[in-house]
Design a protein around this ligand. Sequence first.
Ligand code: GLU
Length: 471
Amino acid sequence: MSENLTFTENVYKNFDRAIARLNLPRGLAEKIKVCNSMIQFSFPVRDGDGFRIVNAYRAEHSVHKRPTKGGIRYEVHVNADEVVALATLMTLKCAVVNVPFGGAKGGIRIDPRKESAEFIERATRRYTAELYYKNFIGPGVDVPAPDMGCGEREMAWIADTYATLAHHDVDHLACVTGKPVAQGGISGRKEATGRGVQFGIRELFRSADDVKGCGLSAGLGGKRVVVQGLGNVGYHAAKFLAEEDGCRIVGICERDGAIWNDAGLDVDAVRRHMDETNGGVKGFPGATYFEDGDKVLCGPCDILVPAALENQITEANADRIQARIIAEAANGPTTAAASERLFQRGVIVIPDLYLNAGGVTVSYFEWSKNLAHIRFGRLEKRLEEGRTHRLMQAIERLTDRRFGDDEFTNVARGADEIDRVRAGLDDTMRTSYAEIRTAQRRFPGIDLRTAAYIVAIDKVATSYMQLGVWP
Ligand code: GLU
């Protein structure tokens, strides 16, 4: 990272800011901070008539709760420091949103855009077998999920490989989350991180008091948004924000440059264009194209949503950013030094460990469903419907008036899995935001990130003390 700090060191810097406010027993802060274990391994993967060596990682940051949880990054530059930083963030993220997991993260050093599906499948299956024999995967041990460069397809391969190796384990489906719905996944997982970003931003804008410090009014109406990265997280976040009344996506930054349109961009059309042209935003009709993405990143808008890699907002561009709110959909997009600068300028940063926790929250729902071996709502849906139905009939009798047919069906309809997942995520984002704001009020003069770290570290510390690990 810039400012000469690695990603892990940046996370530690944020960590130390929070620790300075907490009164923890000597040594406990250090215990919470360090990575519990980290494996680095290499294996051969068949490629044509030969083999290629693939390097891979898995870090389990904290085992104060089991299983540990976190995605796998398929990326050509993935490295040990990055995986440890991301695993640390996972521990804090799970604590912030009250998801009962320790943090973990994995990495496979390949470029998925350049490899064949066969090569990726072989690498994924071998990676899973390596984790299995090293006891780094299992429903109660460590549960991977998608991260950059992979998705449902890879998770299905992991689940299948694990099921083959651990055929005695009746809970084998819970060894990984983010699976296709037809293979033990849960409705709403794919878009969960983006949905959580929308819900989290909504929380901040709910109160005029919370946004007035940065000079904006409450409500998302009329707000201009720039999104960096139109991958799974950025695409869904942009799409859901554009659906908010009066909110528009004015800029999108991608690998090949960036586009701008004051009137608002059609997010689905941009994504289609990217698919058709095999990657970029260049040439998208009805928008101005800039080769230098920084122009759009620092363009005139209210909310900037970095949804790509870490280390995007640094001391080099922090002062030029015009957005009044940075909504961190990515992990670690803002360096610790840049965060400080933005705070001094009155810019509000909604921190990653809270804002992008929607993915792991819905992963938790998926894991619970796999362990319960039953779809959410299967027992209650008709019961709920019947009860509401009878209530509505009673209202009709008492008032001597009739509901319309549509009204009857809509109101009485029992909640499906997707309704429950969405409601559970919304509740999670609301509760956590309230906890973070309470911590911020308790320690005047701190930013939302430090408040979120305080909330998380406090919970992990309590957990260690309750476990009796700490006297
Ligand atoms: N990779 C996602 C994250 O960074 C999701 C992790 C999970 O679902 O376990 O939060």
